[in-house]
Ligand binder design. Sequence first.
Ligand code: CMP
Length: 140
Amino acid sequence: MGIERTFSIIKPDATLANKTGAINALIEQSGLRIIAQRRIRMTKVQAQQFYAVHSERPFYDELVEFMISGPVVVQVLEGENAIAKYREVMGATNPAEAAEGTIRKLYAKSVGENSVHGSDAAATAAEEIPQFFSEDDIVG
Ligand code: CMP
């Protein structure tokens, strides 16, 4: 384990509801550091590539359209056991199943519009981070 990096996205439902700061506060309170951050509009191609692993799922087109429906904040988070820790802070993918106090319990509307994304494993983080950040963008 040790110090890890994970990739995070604050999704359009949350940015449009002005929850960026509240979500960042929960991230920082957990001890994770936001070591890179940028507010962008994802292109359709970026969203399709990012979620390519889900391209055969029935919700893929809806997911891509949602991710380009408004601004997102892409982030790199760093800390002890960052991947598992951020998954705890986010809560379950489906907000109906998310624990009290988690980002998704507090702010997410549905399994599709679920406020945040976080890498699910170290190998995924290593693939996701370079899609949006170069090493020069990351200040640890
Ligand atoms: P995320 O962690 O960004 O990774 C894949 C996303 O697919 C997931 O969060 C959800 O937002 C979305 N997703 C998963 N299941 C469904 C579903 N049944 N309907 C719509 N979107 C879904």
